[in-house]
Design a protein around this ligand. Structure first.
Ligand code: 4NP
Length: 152
């Protein structure tokens, strides 16, 4: 079982999108039984209100025909580091924040999603850019490259 945790700041825009897009790719490849997939954020403020997926993320997923269930934001915990095999962040600030919470990346589990592609970069936060189309394209590119990198 490969355990994957996608992580962003608020866990309402990018990381739930990555979780859902990756789950869908895995399902299309018939690999569901190989994976446990979840997402979390580095900030606690949404956990307080247990926020659902941002409407912009839901809209683009519907437009792209990607099925999804609701996800409620939660903050990454120290114990997630031991539990998950891959902790996949959306940007380099997320990586700093994750390491602040879980400690140093002793086992090399933390990566940035678009570092699996031929054009490593951050995924911009649509909470600020409002551009969920761009986020979706980046997330899909990263998830495809990440899945390929696992050589299953
Ligand atoms: P995300 O976007 O990290 O992609 O989920 C954000 C969501 C909420 C906030 C910031 C970023 N916020 O400040 O509440």
């Amino acid at each position: 079982m490969i355990k994957v945790l996608f992580v962003c700041l608020g866990n309402i825009c990018r990381s739930p999108m990555a979780q859902i897009v990756f789950e869908n790719l895995v399902r299309e490849e018939g690999l569901e039984s190989e994976f446990e997939i979840d997402s979390a954020g580095t900030e606690g403020y949404n956990e307080m209100c247990h926020a659902g997926i941002h409407r912009g993320t839901k809209e683009i997923l519907r437009r792209k025909g990607v099925p999804f269930k609701e996800h409620y934001s939660r903050k990454i915990r120290k114990k997630d580091y031991d539990y998950y095999d891959y902790i996949v962040a959306m940007d380099s600030e997320n990586i700093e924040d994750i390491e602040y919470i879980v400690g140093a990346d002793r086992e090399g589990k933390i990566s940035r999603l678009l570092d699996y592609t031929t054009h490593p970069r951050n995924i911009k936060d649509p909470w600020y850019t409002g551009n969920f189309d761009e986020t979706y394209d980046d997330v899909l590119e990263g998830c495809e490259a990440f899945l390929k990198s696992l050589n299953l």
